[in-house]
Design a protein around this ligand. Structure first.
Ligand SMILES: Cc1cc2nc3c(=O)[nH]c(=O)nc-3n(C[C@H](O)[C@H](O)[C@H](O)COP(=O)(O)OP(=O)(O)OC[C@H]3O[C@@H](n4cnc5c(N)ncnc54)[C@H](O)[C@@H]3O)c2cc1C
Length: 552
């Protein structure tokens, strides 16, 4: 059996940062269902926040993050992220990450929504590409063993301690138990639970689902970020950097409508708010073909080519619009999971030996709404912390062999699925989950609509028990991995809906038309979703408040 001191699942920014931070004398390995540089971090566009300028401060960053989170973010974790962020950015630079520069040759920073100071560092509109490639070089330099194109199916938990994972070598279709003293999940988000999303097809929230199935609670799952500017039809992201550089949002009357909603912050209000304003414009008949328009023309050719080249290419390729000449049709779209595996500020979960960092975790620095640029920062700061803390733990723990029964049970499950010759195909089930979530768990929510979605998801779950696959082969069986991913999506859809029905107030990205106000007296608390025999069970835990009391 394979064994390591630390096993990291996920080779995006959080996972690689954890691997690079782990002690060099330990045996560290990383697993990814795709080649590491195809992890979704590579697609990040607009930038990464840190208070680098002498006129800015980590305290201001922490305040903006807390306020933007609807005061639901845990302030101990927010302080850690904002305080440690600047050094982490400089470390990335030393490790070879390329950043755009200002005229003085320093790392350039642009304004982002909800930020009181321009503190978003960027590499044009390809920031994730620059960071992930630089970190991947470090991973190779460190000689970390990479299980490339291995799909992790479940955590191995014995005597309430995490002892490794069961994983499939996708290239050969073989299952393996991989033992580890410490396991770190850095498995990214679940954007694909919605039928239209800015996320890649691989973002199916597998890690969150596996943790949930292993008994670890998911926190604040009702908070799903809808990004204000995604392309018509495809839902591809147009970075907030486009508004940071000065882009306007227009309605069909040619009006900069944000002036009516927030005349101070205009297009750079927080994402939850801008998305709601856009949706209201569209629903009240001032949209353009179900969209609003993002106008960049006044920025001029030079600035667009220099700072937003990828955005221009995407708009030309996917909607046939050159933003130098015409406004881009955009609409709000599912983008980011604020909720996830509950951890503390050292990325520890409730399960000994099991850590989580990055988008799959809820540490919680984003609370009810994430500020743009804070997610990349979270991956870097908490990825590093997870690597350090797992190192300490792995040094104290002795390896004990994993029972062979774990692997046998997983193999039997896969064999049963591959042997079934009739039943339902997975494609329609996935579409039905995505459609129910898009229709009923969008920007505006009501109990009645969400209960309809829950009923649909539970019906799909039953039908999922009876799926069958056309492809029974072993080598690169994508239908099999898609079927496993569908299982994750169903779990997560259900936890999102249960959390959203449970929270009877409006806060950040969770807007209830039947409870339109924020209710701090009753709801300044996190939701926790645990698995149980009768379906997900909801519980609550207090928010950590340190320096920013909730205004009354
Ligand atoms: C289009 C887009 C643009 C964005 N731009 C920005 C931005 O400018 N600034 C910002 O702060 N944030 C941005 N975000 C958010 C940010 O990019 C992500 O939250 C962040 O990169 C997530 O990193 P991660 O390391 O947690 O996960 P990911 O980079 O998503 O990596 C997940 C890893 O887990 C692996 N994995 C998952 N499941 C399994 C499994 N079952 N078995 C094995 N491996 C598995 C995957 O292979 C992958 O390696 C953007 C998001 C999108 C969608």
């Amino acid at each position: 059996m394979r064994n390591h001191d630390i096993l990291i699942v996920g080779a995006g920014l959080a996972g690689i940062r954890a691997a690079v931070a782990a002690a060099p004398d330990l045996d560290v390995a990383i697993v990814s269902k795709v080649h590491p540089v195809r992890s979704h971090s590579v697609a990040a566009q607009g930038g990464i926040n840190a208070a680098l300028h002498p006129n800015d401060s980590w305290e201001s960053h922490a305040f903006d993050t807390t306020k933007g989170s609807g005061y639901l973010g845990d302030q101990d974790a927010i302080e850690v992220m904002c305080q440690e962020g600047p050094a982490d950015i400089l470390e990335l630079e030393r490790l070879g990450a390329i950043f755009s520069r200002n005229e003085q040759g320093q790392i350039a920073q642009r304004p982002f929504g909800g930020a009181g100071y321009p503190r978003t560092c960027y590499a044009a509109d390809r920031t994730g590409h620059s960071l992930l490639h630089a970190m991947y070089e470090q991973l190779l330099k460190k000689g970390v063993f990479v299980y490339e194109e291995w799909y992790v199916l479940s955590l191995i938990v014995e005597d309430k301690v995490c002892r490794g994972v069961v994983a499939m070598d996708v290239r050969r279709g073989e299952l393996h138990a991989i033992g580890a003293k410490a396991v770190i999940f850095a498995t990214g988000g679940y954007g694909r639970v919605y039928s239209s999303s800015t996320n890649a097809a691989i973002n199916t929230g597998d890690g969150m689902s596996m943790a949930f199935r292993a008994g670890t609670p998911l926190m604040d799952m009702e908070f799903v970020q809808f990004h204000p500017t995604t392309l018509r039809e495809t839902g591809i992201l147009i970075t907030e950097g486009a508004r940071g550089e000065g882009g306007y949002l227009l309605n069909t009357l040619g009006e900069r409508f944000m002036g009516r909603y927030d005349s101070q912050r205009m297009e750079l209000a927080t994402r939850d708010f801008v998305s709601r304003c856009e949706q209201q414009e569209i629903e009240e008949g001032r949209g353009v073909d179900g969209c609003v328009l993002l106008d960049l023309r006044h920025l001029g050719r030079k600035k667009i080519l220099e700072r937003l080249p990828q955005i221009r290419e995407l708009a030309i390729s996917f909607v046939g619009v050159d933003p130098i000449e015409s406004p881009i049709p955009v609409r709000p779209g599912a983008h980011y999971s604020m909720g996830g595996i509950r951890t503390n500020a050292w990325c520890e979960t409730e399960l000994a030996g099991f850590y989580a960092a990055g988008e799959c975790a809820c540490v919680s620095v984003h609370g009810a709404n994430r500020l743009g640029g804070n997610s990349l920062l979270e991956t870097i700061v908490f990825g590093r912390r997870a690597g350090l803390r797992a190192t300490d733990y792995a040094r104290r723990i002795k390896t004990s062999p994993v029972s062979p029964a774990v692997l046998r049970a997983a193999q039997e499950k896969i064999d049963r699925l591959l042997k079934r010759t009739s039943g339902e195909r997975i494609g329609p089930l996935r579409e039905e989950v995505g459609a129910a979530m898009t229709e009923h768990l969008g920007i505006f929510r009501t109990r009645k609509r969400m209960e309809g979605a829950l009923e649909k998801i539970r019906e799909v779950r039953k039908r999922y028990e009876n799926i069958y696959l056309e492809d029974r082969g072993k080598i690169f069986n994508a239908e099999l991995t898609n079927a496993l991913e569908l299982g994750s999506l169903i779990d997560l859809a259900e936890t999102i809906v249960v959390g959203a029905i449970g929270r009877e107030e409006s806060r950040g990205s969770h807007y209830r038309q039947d409870f339109p106000n924020r209710n701090d007296a009753q709801w300044l608390k996190h939701t926790l979703i645990y698995g149980s025999d009768s379906g997900p069970r909801i519980d609550f835990t207090p928010v950590t408040i340190t320096r920013f009391p909730v205004p009354v």
